[in-house]
Design a binder for this molecule. Sequence first.
Ligand code: CP3
Length: 361
Amino acid sequence: MNPTTAEMPMSIHEQLNDSTFLRACRREPTNHTPIWFMRQAGRYMPEYRAIRERHSMLEVIQTPELAAEVTLQPINAFGFDAAIIFSDILPPLIGMGLDVQFVKGEGPVISNPLRNTRDIDRLGTPPANETMNGTLEAISIVAPELASRGVPLIGFAGAPFTLACYSIEGRGSKLFETPKKMMFREPAAWRRLMDKLVIVVGDYLLEQVKRGASALQVFDSWAGVLSAADYERYVLPFNRKLFEKIAATGVPTINFSTGTSSYLDRVASAGGHVVGVDWRMPLDQAWNLIGTDRAIQGNLEPVALFAPWRELRAHVDAVLHAANGRPGHIFNLGHGILPETPMDTVRRVIEYVHEQTESQT
Ligand code: CP3
């Protein structure tokens, strides 16, 4: 007899409690350093491109069986220690009333971006059960399958600031000047928007755990466009509220951002059992800033995967050397894997990290 969805997560948590990834999140010793890559399912894999030839990005995300299949692709191909559910940070905005499209060669585009306070007031905050059912169903399908192989599934969402950036700018940008203008000119409307995003993202993350996610990562990919003082004033209170809310799930949470080296301590103060860091600052320095009572994730330069092995190995060694075998290191890239990355190199790095850190307990 199949267990009900409500019963499943308990057994999943029990099955995976001793996995290297979850042990590292809790800063417990592991028999090797766990490794996974942000955006590990994607265009560098021919099996992913084959699915994308037949289906649009949103179709893959919204069809549970397809999203589940793509989530498994990097787990089938490599020895990663964790999986991440296949989706994107932007689909939750669709349920709020924004028209999100993934345009070939351009990335995500929102055709009705937020232009004024009235647009913000009109945004809905429907529950994830109603609007994100495709991804939640994909989690219900793939989490038990992964658990039977000993691999935890990471659920994720975009952080309020990074989502606000896309909602206002309507597309990617280097400096996100339009959102910053609104933030400075209309601080009350900005707070209403951030509050709404905390509600939507918080509910979505809680629901992912109910469906079987073993950990949660919050992507604040564009936080680095802000000064430390503006981060503290316009972003930190909302991230803090979000991390408080999701801490109630009991699963480890990962607080990831890029470009924030100069105020990583403030970023970390928002919460998260694990702090994800980009490639700009050595891990030991980052760890000093956030404190060794937190686990750390990172931080190989993604472009180093294109270097000859000797050069790449030196980069990997530098990350491992900076982590110094201290419990609580999860090996990852400093940002997402790039589309043309050679698969053999990915395989080699995973094997090398496992070999180099074997039996460090
Ligand atoms: O990590 C995983 O394997 C899970 C899947 C995942 C995707 N996007 C799939 C994706 C995750 C975790 C994301 C997060 C995401 N999406 C972020 C935060 C992480 C980061 O990289 O900073 C951001 C900012 C986005 C927004 C986004 N989605 C952009 C800017 C783009 C275009 C750039 C690009 O790589 O094409 C996307 C599209 C996207 N999201 C793709 C994938 C696999 C490529 C879509 C395709 O198949 O053409």
